[in-house]
Each structure stands twice: as C-alpha cells, then as structure tokens.
Design a protein around this ligand. Structure first.
Ligand SMILES: [Zn+2]
Ligand SMILES: [Zn+2]
Length: 467
C-alpha cells in the first residue's frame, strides 16, 4: 500500500441506495447488521486508487450465529461461502457495520481488534491476498467513515467515501467569484460550477456531434478532456463542424486536434486536453478513458459504443450516448431523429441489453476489412455517406450537454437511466420507459446482488469471526 496514494471507495448512488435499504430493513429486526461489498481495485494514477464495487451482500438474520448490540457472529459456512465466491477472483472486501449511537461513529476498540485479525486472515487465506476495507456507520447509515488495513493487520489508512455520480469534491478550489465568464450561470450554484471545472470528460468521437458537444460543454465550464477519434477533417465535414475550415482540411488536421483547438479557444489557459488520434480499441484510449469522470460517446458506429459501454461498466463511470439519424419516407420527405441515452451507472440495463446498439453490427464493424466490404456489398451496412446536418446534430449535442448539466447540478435524476428520442418535423420527444429495460441477466451489465442466495442458510454452526 503506497502511502502517497489517495484511496477512495466509489459506490454509485443507486447501488448505495439499494445496499442501505437492505441494511436498514434487516436492522428493524436486529440490533446491529453488517454488509459486504466486493470491490475491484483500480489504480487511476500514481496518486489515486479507486475501489469499484462488483457485488454486494447483506446477510439475513438466519446467516448469523449470534447477533446483538455487543457483537455479531456469522455462521462459518456462510462466511466461507461468501469469501470463496467473491475473494477468489481477486476482489477486495469492504465490510460495513453500524453502531447504535447517533451522529458520526468511530471505530471501537473491539472493531480494531477484530478487523486487524480479519485483515490478516483474508490476506493469508486467499491467493490474491485481498485487502480489508472497513466502514462504520450510524444506525441510519447517514454518517460513516472508512479505512483500509494493511495485509498484516497492523496499520490502516483513511478511505474517502463517495456515493454520488461524480467523484469530485465541490468544496475544493472554490471558484473565484470574480470569474466574469460564468456570471450568467451563477443561478446553478458556484459549487456545481466548481464541479464542472474539475470534471474530466472522455469524448469518443470528435465528428459532427462530438465537436458541437465539446464546444457547448466547454463553454459551460468543462476544461479537462480526453479526446478519441482516428479520423482526419475532410471537406464533407465542413457542413457541420463549428469553426472548421478548408485550410484545416488541407493541412490534414486530426479531428481530435481540431476539437482541442476549440477548447483552447475557450480557455487561453487552465485547460487540459489529451488527444488520442486512434480508435477506442487501442490500449492508450482505454487507459486514458479509465481516468475520466464521465464518458461520452458520439460516434456513428456500434462497435465504439459497445466498447464505451464496456469501459463505463468496468470503471463504473456514467455514460452519455449521443446519435442522430435521418431516414427518408416513401414520398421522399425526411424523418429526422436524435437520441440521448444514459444507461444507469453500474448496471440495471445497458446499451447492449437495451438494444440501443446492435451487437451484430458492432461485431461486423470490428471485423477485418474484407469481411466488411463483403457485408457492405450485400447491403448489410449503412454507408459512410449517411445524411447529417448541423442543426439536428446541435439539438442532440445541446440536449446531451443539458443532461450532463442536470446530472452535475442535481436537477435531473438519471439513477434509472434515460433514453430520449426526438423526432423532427413532428417535434416529439419520446422517452423510453426505462423500467422495461431493467434486466438481471445481461452478459454485459448483469451484476445481481446475492440477496436471494443468502436466505438459504444451510450453514454449519460455528464461529469464524465476530463483530
Ligand atoms: Zn463496531
Ligand atoms: Zn446490459
């Protein structure tokens, strides 16, 4: 455990809500309860480690050998079952328990003793030597603190706990109120403006929608970007890319550099833009995207959307998906659509099980060139000359930026995800009822808790560890 790294535990709001509810439900029968989260460790940077929950379990009362205000003892077989299933694959364990006193609780002497023993026990009994993170909360699970133990159970360090969409402190570096540029946005609160300033956005696709999106979100206050797009500017793009010129096309500008140029025109100083002129498939793209607070995908292909969704699920980051489509009716009149999709962070449904993208097309797009040419010849793929206009892309990009503004400022709840489709010229916003998209069994986002499993308690009665 490196001393210099800041360690955080980021539980998405929906997951924390479910976990907390489950803990509180159990507490109505028992004096104290415990809950487990099994987390993946993600080294965001040299100085930052983030723990991302993969599963959680709140044992029901029949899983306990002994349960009272003074301590808890899980049945050994149940406990072994938990650890073998979740720690074997290389996850670390987070253990949360409550104290009956109101207000911010502190770890007790008993906690210290048991946790130290427990930290040593798990690190010596599992090949991947998992770490123990422990949390103590008040009985309403409102106030709590976390710490991580070393493998010898001798020392611990504090862990920052975050249960919001973005892991950004709104109090740090309070915005300079003399910043005239954002005076007209004061109504949304300076704390929210401050989050926008710190937010790091990974934008996959810097074309017709991505460029407008970057211009708009940049003007809103976002200065930190990772831009991914393998293409260069072409003359056919000039109908819909703000500020793009024929000269840039002649000079063969990468689209990522053109969008960086847009951001730097907004901020003469203080912006930080990483450009990656390759596909999202590249290792570099994946690495950089994994450091972002938010992933936005604005490409015209299914494969990069699928990859973006996989990254968002893996690193537990919110994903915003933007797209437009122009079709032609039999009488030659156009029907135009734009779509803004935000799958719930941490599962529930995703672009794949929600059928927002086609896996078949994603597979074709990632196939070797010959196969693609063959399929295109057979009429399976839409051409690269798909119709696209600036104003339709702008509706899509603006709404996407509005959604993000709402996520940051809290005026839009995206916990269950959103999927909005605008149709022009009928001028209809259709909102998918995301309840119908919920699924437990998706290959990509399925990550059910173990609540049902733990009801069954055919466990041997003997003590292993108590709290
Ligand atoms: Zn305790
Ligand atoms: Zn899914």
């Amino acid at each position: 455990m490196k001393k210099s790294a800041a360690i955080s535990l980021h539980i998405p709001p929906r997951m924390w809500c479910d976990f907390r509810k489950s803990m509180l439900k159990d507490r109505s029968f028992n004096e104290e309860v415990i809950g487990f989260l099994f987390c993946q460790r993600h080294q965001v940077s040299k100085h930052k480690i983030r723990y991302i929950p993969r599963n959680w379990v709140v044992p029901t009362s029949d899983c306990y050998e002994y349960q009272s205000t003074s301590g808890l003892v899980l049945k050994q077989h149940f406990h072994s079952y938990l650890l073998e299933n979740y720690l074997q694959p290389g996850l670390d364990v987070v253990h949360i328990h409550t104290h009956a006193d109101p207000g911010l609780p502190d770890f007790s002497y008993v906690d210290d003793r048991y946790e130290s023993e427990y930290a040593r026990f798990i690190s010596s009994h599992f090949p991947k030597k998992p770490y123990l993170i422990s949390g103590v909360f008040d009985e309403d699970l409102q106030f709590g603190k976390f710490r991580i133990w070393d493998r010898k159970g001798q020392k611990f360090e504090p862990v920052n706990f975050c249960n919001s969409l973005f892991e950004i402190s709104s109090v740090k570096d309070v915005m300079n109120n003399t910043d005239l540029m954002f005076v007209r946005q004061k109504i949304f609160g300076s704390a929210n403006q401050n989050v926008l300033h710190q937010l790091k956005v990974g934008l996959i696709g810097c074309g017709g929608i991505g460029s407008i999106f970057a211009e708009l979100l940049g003007r809103l206050g976002v200065k930190n970007w990772v831009l991914v797009d393998p293409d260069k500017l072409e003359t056919v793009n000039l109908n819909r890319m703000p500020g793009a010129t024929e000269e840039m096309v002649r000079q063969e500008w990468d689209k990522v550099h053109y969008v960086k140029h847009l951001i730097q025109k907004i901020y003469q100083e203080g912006s930080c833009v990483t450009t990656i002129p390759t596909t999202v498939k590249s290792e570099l793209s994946r690495q950089e995207i994994s450091t972002c607070d938010l992933i936005v995908v604005a490409t015209d292909n299914h494969f990069s959307r699928k990859t973006a969704q996989e990254l968002a699920l893996k690193y537990m980051r919110p994903l915003v998906c933007l797209g437009t489509h122009i079709a032609v009716n039999s009488d030659n009149t156009p029907r135009m659509y734009c779509r803004i999709t935000v799958p719930p962070m941490g599962g529930g449904w995703c672009l794949m099980c929600g059928n927002i993208i086609s896996l078949q097309r994603a597979a074709l797009e990632s196939a070797p060139l010959e196969i693609n040419q063959m399929v295109a010849g057979a009429g399976y793929l839409e051409g690269v000359n798909d119709p696209a206009v600036f104003w339709l892309n702008s509706i899509c990009a603006s709404t996407g930026v509005g959604v993000i503004h709402g996520m940051v400022s809290g005026f839009l709840n995206v916990d269950s995800g959103i999927d909005w489709i605008y149709e022009f010229p009928v001028s209809d916003w259709r909102k998918t009822n995301t309840e119908y998209l919920q699924t437990d069994h998706c290959y990509f986002c399925g990550m059910g808790s173990l609540e049902e499993v733990v009801e069954d308690s055919d466990f041997e009665d003997s003590e292993i560890m108590g709290w």
